[in-house]
Ligand binder design. Structure first.
Ligand code: NDP
Length: 331
């Protein structure tokens, strides 16, 4: 059936300015790393995307190697694009990335101009798009001069294949340098995409200061720590969880680690006292600092999105709640 978007979709989502730019991003964005490869039924993927947009999520995040197999999430997204999203293209921010291994040989990985430009051309073909809104260098490459990587990003914007560029997984000083080079080239860095969650606070050690000073946006990936911060592993291993159905990255020994589970249980107590789900509190927590533009979640079911977007309506944290959270997870 043809998709017609919920006409009230913009009424409940919070849109936050991305650094010093003209772009607003939804407080909650959707990533297609998991659940869009060849192991997830197409109809389920479609429902996840439709539900997200119906909830006001205007940003879908991909990468060349999302699958499985590599490229499959973009390939599937191309079909979704043709079926559902063409009429809404101008209401969407679609991103992709290159930086990890994608094809064999010396030109399908890392940060060379050769790799980045060829990879984006392939991504556009798979996704049936003329351009992406944001193209990222997916991880820093210690062996390619940063100038070469940044010049490739600048060329990509000038060629019209991306409207904006970003960096991902860069450490604070690498990020500052990339931001400076890109600014000098005349293509400002729109956004940084680091990991960040209640169980992973590394960006507070310098990166958020850099992004604040440089007025660059920040979209945090895995804010639910791959699902661990939903509390779903507190009572064993659910059959429909990521660990059970796609344990490529999140292994049982990590999800069921007793020390982590004790922290999750304590956090869950705070969320319950606040009258919200742990997932909602975890998302609201990463968004508590305005330097964070958006929390980039994954979802295996539409209901998870409906639950998670409620995070934007949570009561503000009290000082006491934040102190209790710090005491549980450490600073
Ligand atoms: P999350 O931490 O948001 O974990 C998402 C998973 O948690 C879902 O797939 C689902 O897994 C579970 N979940 C979500 N909501 C709920 C809920 N309400 N109740 C129960 N379970 C829930 O993020 P991801 O690890 O998926 O990463 C998100 C995105 O970040 C990626 O898609 C990608 O776009 C980006 N990313 C970027 C990286 C980079 O290097 N730049 C690296 C990694 C991710 P399930 O139901 O299967 O258990």
């Amino acid at each position: 059936m043809d998709y017609i978007a919920n006409e009230h979709r913009y009424e409940t989502m919070d849109y936050r300015r991305c650094g010093r730019s003209g772009i607003l991003l939804p407080a909650i964005s959707l990533g297609l790393w998991h659940n869009f490869g060849n192991i997830t039924p197409f109809g389920q993927q479609q429902q996840i995307l439709r539900t997200a947009f119906d909830c006001g999520i205007t940003h879908f995040d991909l990468a060349n190697n999302y699958g499985p197999p590599y490229g499959e999430a973009e390939r599937n997204f191309g079909i979704h694009m043709d079926r559902d999203w063409r009429p809404y293209r101008d209401q969407l921010i679609i991103s992709t990335k290159a930086g990890y291994d994608m094809w064999p040989g010396p030109y399908g990985d890392h940060g060379s101009r050769k790799y980045l430009i060829a990879s984006l051309d392939q991504s556009l073909k798979r996704m049936h798009l003329d351009y992406v809104d944001i193209f990222y260098h997916h991880r820093p490459d210690p062996d390619t001069p940063l100038e070469e990587t940044c010049r490739a990003l600048d060329q990509i914007v000038r060629s019209g294949k991306a409207l904006y560029v970003g960096i991902s997984n860069y450490q604070p000083e690498q990020a500052r340098e990339a931001i400076r080079i890109l600014r000098d080239l005349g293509t400002p860095c729109l956004i940084h995409q680091p990991s960040y969650s209640l169980l992973n606070r590394w960006i507070e050690q310098g990166l958020t200061d850099v992004l604040r000073e440089e007025q660059v946006g920040c979209i945090c990936f895995a804010p639910l720590q791959n699902g661990m911060l939903t509390g779903k592993y507190l009572h064993g291993l659910p059959a429909d969880s990521r660990v059970a159905h796609d344990p490529r990255y999140l292994k049982p020994e990590r999800a069921l680690n007793e020390e982590i589970l004790a922290k999750v249980a304590a956090l869950n107590g705070i969320a319950q006292a606040r009258g919200q789900k742990l997932s909602q509190m975890a998302l609201q927590w990463v968004l508590r600092d305005p330097v964070v533009t958006s929390a980039l979640i994954g979802a295996s079911k539409p209901e998870q999105i409906i639950e998670n977007v409620e995070a934007v309506h949570g009561a503000p944290f009290t000082r006491e709640e934040l102190d209790r959270i710090d005491a549980i997870v450490g600073k």
